[in-house]
Design a protein around this ligand. Structure first.
Ligand SMILES: [Fe+2]
Ligand SMILES: [Fe+2]
Length: 328
């Protein structure tokens, strides 16, 4: 236990430095402490009230709900006083230990901390003038964020220590955890679409957006089918993607010709390079690869993302500026 508390005092300054601590964060809170510390009780009550709504965390509160609220209020008062003493960081870790022991979910703590932060900000901006409120809020956010980070981090650490105490070798546990997480990452990556279509990718010309969306759909389908190891289907979609790329590029070039786009030659050259590269990928795959490798998907994704969001944006701005929604 002592280790964890000492650890808190050691790591808090580093975390604060990463948060961009100004030397004066505590003094800033101290300067308005007489205004803000009385809010601690309401903020604690809000936290506990919300905590009771979460199934897992309601158990943590149990019958001791009012005690917990009083403890939290005291902890917040210390923070808001701007002069909490060295024990404050250790206390954060202690709270983390309590949470780990009670099975409180870190995501709930983080979400509820955000609620406290907002409630604090609302009061602050309603009480002080905006410029002062912003200064106080910035200092509060930095210190509070680090405190919540310590709470959550300690809870995670405590669970790890718990495993070690059960006789599991720490290095083995770490290695196994890394391998298991790696597997999760790979599994999740295969299930996520390579490119998630969103309006952020749209260029604003409906026909072009529809075509780009079709390309994105084909690429995502290719990714899903290839991950499943179906060679025949992969080949079919790869061929379709290649063909549709050619069709789309031709459409774009006709459009750009029709509107007299000044950078058409460069755009055409970039299309030609991409078609050659996609052709090369197809040829390599058809020459006997059972699965498309990650490198090729990285290329396809950056190609689509890069070309649509970069090069195509430029001509879209030009076409839209002409305002006739030109079609070739
Ligand atoms: Fe395009
Ligand atoms: Fe293009």
């Amino acid at each position: 236990m002592q280790d964890i508390l000492d650890h808190a005092v050691r790591v808090a300054p580093e975390a604060l430095a990463l948060a961009g601590e100004a030397e004066g964060d505590w003094p800033v809170l101290r300067a308005v402490a007489s205004t803000t510390t009385p809010w601690a009780h309401d903020l604690a009550a809000l936290f506990v009230e919300e905590l009771q709504r979460c199934e897992g965390t309601a158990r943590f509160l149990g019958a001791a709900s009012s005690d917990r609220e009083a403890n939290l209020a005291m902890w917040l008062e210390k923070l808001l006083s701007g002069a909490p003493g060295d024990g404050f960081w250790g206390e954060c870790c202690f709270i983390g230990l309590l949470h780990a022991a009670a099975g409180v979910q870190s995501r709930h703590v983080v979400a509820l901390a955000a609620r406290i932060e907002l409630a604090f900000a609302e009061r602050l901006f309603a009480t002080l003038d905006a410029a002062d409120a912003l200064v106080v809020y910035t200092s509060f956010k930095r210190l509070f964020g680090v405190a919540i980070g310590l709470i959550v981090d300690t809870a995670t650490h405590a669970l790890q220590v718990g495993m070690n105490d059960l006789g599991m070798n720490e290095r083995v546990v770490k290695t196994m955890r890394r391998v298991a997480i790696r597997r999760m990452v790979d599994g999740a990556r295969e299930r996520l679409p390579l490119i998630d279509w969103s309006d952020a990718i749209a260029v604003g010309i409906p026909e072009i957006d529809a075509q780009h969306r079709r390309l994105v759909d084909l690429l995502n389908a290719l990714h899903a089918v290839s991950a499943g190891g179906n060679h025949g289907q992969t080949a079919r979609i790869l061929r379709e993607l290649t063909d549709y790329t050619v069709t789309h590029f031709a459409y774009e070039e006709r459009l750009l010709e029709a509107v007299g786009y000044p950078d058409l030659a460069a755009h055409r050259a970039s299309h030609a390079a991409l078609v050659a590269r996609v052709g090369d990928i197809t040829a390599r795959f058809e020459a006997g690869r059972t699965k498309l490798d990650a490198e090729l998907f990285t290329f396809l994704r950056s190609w689509l993302n890069g070309h649509i969001r970069g090069t195509d944006r430029h001509y879209a701005a030009y076409v839209l500026a002409r305002g006739d929604g030109a079609t070739p």
